[in-house]
Write a protein that binds this ligand. Structure first.
Ligand code: NI
Length: 486
């Protein structure tokens, strides 16, 4: 990365956070930052892996997609299965029964909960608590407090097991459920399964409100400057998830857009993949660029990432819990309202009332994940009540000879789009626009940084040898490099 030293006379420091370690999850992600006078002045976030899923799917039976695409990830696999099924259902013109919608919501909800627990307790928390595995903090702090948090981490992983068990009661297994398929679901729920799911979610919900939320707010209060400095592009997108009716009109998280401070309706035609700085050949001009992704081009001059830049109306957009809660202005939990007032001095009834500075901060993103977890866990009761074991769970359909489907849902980490074109009864084009293609995007053709890159600019880095402020910001976005580089 080029950086000059004309203004201050002092040479800038260039820090490269290496592959594999920047996010404590599989999938290489690199962040290269320039630090001048203790502040980040330039940032590049790069995905270092190409996987080829969109190519692997070509020529296959369209019904295979819901299983194969799950292998992109072990943290947001359910959302990929749902999106692939929706895409084929749209192509085939099939409507799934109500019970299938409810079961998909239940599996996806449990997947949201396990992903948020994993993200906060395993990936983020070691940056705030010394003595946790992976922590680079040198200050020791209170041994008793650290031990108590380490014990809570252990409990969080037990809760994560319960999330997987709950999802597997309907999905067959986790993290790659087998039952989500175009036409509905292949499982028939019974009373034992419904009771087993209910009992597990009750225990998880107690943990969320008694442990997870209090720890997130307490961490935000302890590191208050990280709860007070807004950062990022502040354009946000939610494509909608957890349908609440059969007509696709009501969702737990409604689709919506915030662009330059304005709330706008979501327009699916405005999503584009931009490959100017990605190691992909520029696709030929097309009226619908989503349909023509470029082929990998690892020697492309000027490119620096295998992650394509997802754009909406040409703009980078942040996706994920922060975007969903802000766009939908979700009510804060009772626990959250009390803790926000007591620990952060914020009298807020809804997420937006926390204010932009808090919501768009490092800690605001963790608060969003925790609040979203409880919000989703509470919605589960409605779906369980509506689920009748006697109901049909799948609709028969014929694979079309030629058709296309464009589908949207949300993974724990953000907005997900799957596009499928079928020709001669087989997949002819498959395009996935995943959450980390939005959040971890490289620059786009308009030279706009991706949302995470933008959030890093201006960040104070007191110790360039241990840039924990940078890794805190990166981990607040919950990058999923495996999903980002298909
Ligand atoms: Ni993922």
């Amino acid at each position: 990365m080029a950086a000059d030293n004309k203004e201050t006379g002092r040479p800038p420091q260039v820090v490269s956070l290496p592959l594999d370690t920047v996010q404590r999850i599989e999938g290489p992600l690199r962040a290269e930052i320039v630090i001048r006078d203790g502040l980040v002045t330039e940032a590049r976030v790069s995905g270092g892996m190409y996987r080829g899923f969109e190519t692997i799917l070509l020529g296959r039976d369209p019904r295979d997609a819901a299983q194969l695409v799950q292998r992109l990830c072990a943290s947001c696999s359910t959302a990929h299965a749902v999106a692939a099924s929706l895409a084929l259902e749209q192509a085939a013109g099939v409507k799934v029964p109500s019970a299938a919608r409810l079961i998909r919501n239940l599996i996806l909800a449990a997947d949201f909960l396990q992903a948020h627990l994993l993200h906060f307790y395993r990936f983020a928390l070691p940056d705030y608590v010394p003595d946790l595995p992976g922590s680079s903090l040198t200050a020791r702090g209170s041994q008793n407090r650290n031990r108590a948090i380490a014990e809570q981490c252990r409990q969080a992983f037990e809760m994560r097991v319960l999330c997987h068990e709950a999802a597997a009661l309907f999905g067959g297994r986790m993290p790659h459920p087998q039952s989500i398929a175009a036409g509905g679901v292949t499982c028939k729920p019974d009373r034992a399964g419904i009771l087993g799911y209910t009992e597990r979610i009750k225990r998880i919900k107690d943990f969320l409100s008694e442990k997870y939320l209090p720890l997130v707010y307490a961490t935000a209060a302890r590191w208050k400057p990280l709860a007070e400095r807004a950062a990022g592009c502040r354009n946000m997108l939610c494509v909608g998830a957890f349908p609440m009716d059969e007509g696709g009109r009501r969702f737990l998280f409604s689709p919506g857009v915030v662009m330059e401070g304005k709330d706008l309706p979501f327009d699916a035609t405005l999503i584009r993949e931009d490959v100017k700085y990605a190691w992909f050949a520029t696709p030929p001009e097309s009226p619908a660029p989503l349909r023509l992704s470029g082929h990998p081009s690892p020697d492309k001059a000027g490119a620096y990432s295998f992650i394509k830049a997802a754009c909406y109306a040409g703009k980078p957009m942040e996706v994920g819990p922060l975007a969903r809660l802000w766009i939908n202005d979700v009510p804060l939990s009772e626990t959250g309202r009390d803790l926000a007032a007591e620990l952060l001095g914020k009298k807020a009834q809804t997420f937006r009332e926390l204010g932009e500075e808090t919501a768009f901060s490092v800690m605001g993103r963790h608060i969003a994940g925790a609040e979203e977890s409880l919000f989703v866990a509470e919605a589960i009761a409605t779906w369980l009540q509506q689920l009748d074991p006697a109901d049909e769970t799948s609709a028969a359909f014929a694979v079309p000879l030629a058709a296309e489907g464009l589908a949207f849902t949300e993974s724990p980490h953000g907005s997900l789009t799957h596009y499928m074109r079928v020709e001669n009864g087989a997949i002819a084009v498959y395009v996935i626009v995943s959450p980390s293609m939005w959040n971890c995007a490289p620059r786009n053709s308009a030279e706009r940084r991706g949302p995470l890159e933008e959030a890093l600019i201006g960040l104070p880095v007191p110790d360039a040898a241990n840039p924990v402020s940078v890794t805190r910001m990166i981990r607040a976005f919950a990058p999923c490099p495996g999903c980002a580089a298909q």
